[in-house]
Design a protein around this ligand. Sequence first.
Ligand code: F6P
Length: 319
Amino acid sequence: ITKIGVLTSGGDAPGMNAAIRGVTRYAIEQGLSVTGIIRGYEGLLSHEIMPLDRRDVGGIIHRGGTMLRTARCLEFMEEKTQKEAAAYIRENDIDALVVIGGDGSMRGAQALSKQGIPTIVIPGTIDNDMDGTEYTIGFDTTVNTVLQCVNRIRDTAYSHDRVAVIEVMGRHAGFIALHAGLAAGAEAVLVPEHDVSLEDLCMHLNESHRMGKMSSIVIVAEGAMKGSDVYDYIKEHTYLEPNLTVLGYVQRGGSPTARDAIMASLFSEKAIDCLLSGTYNCVIGQIGETIAATPYTEAPRYHFPLDENMYRLVHQLGR
Ligand code: F6P
């Protein structure tokens, strides 16, 4: 191969820029030329591309978001559109495509590979919910951002004897809620992986307040339920004073942590090494201590669920 394309797709995640930089510079180092595709798969349909050299990706390693922009391209689920994109990739002499994104983006990459385009995926999503890897770029930054926010909210919850209900992202997964919850010392964490009973939650809150607790932190993963439903239920069924914060996009922005910038760089190196050695149609990932490349079709064999011990511990320690 002589020329690769790189795009970011789906929700942005801190560390995506570090990955764009890593892919571009390492590929150039190996004698390849690099084309950036703007707005993910949409850019392949609207023909928005730009050459990338070393300097184009300078000064971005520490920036959140993605300099290539991103999009959720629903059209790309249609085969006709996938064929159109593959034709455009060929017209531009792009031999292989690096896709930085989450599992929707991985499905797009897999579809393109079925159209004969070699692709490779670098996992980038704050949700940490992809098969084939224990870690996705952006997760650590988001957990740390949520932690900082919860610590601030905690000051006020403490001062006013409130129950702070905090809704966090994570789509269908509870990783952000659980990790931030354990780090922040939350009293309860509601995640989609476990049945949530608001009745039990209120019983638990009442009990701990009877035992002398004056304020509480409850973290709700958006995939479990709406923070506003938890707020309403506590308000209606207890004498406690709840307060609701929905963190929203605060969790997606900001400079990547060292872990995210490092993982982005290591994943990038692995992705390019794979393409150069003829290994493609794979997702790069951290599996145990190694950085692996797993074929898309085998990725579900490497499914990493929520840590049950952490789930138990957060509730034992938070009382
Ligand atoms: O996948 C990342 C994520 O932030 C999820 O946690 C969340 O459910 C979703 O994206 C929000 O999507 P949008 O950016 O389209 O609002």
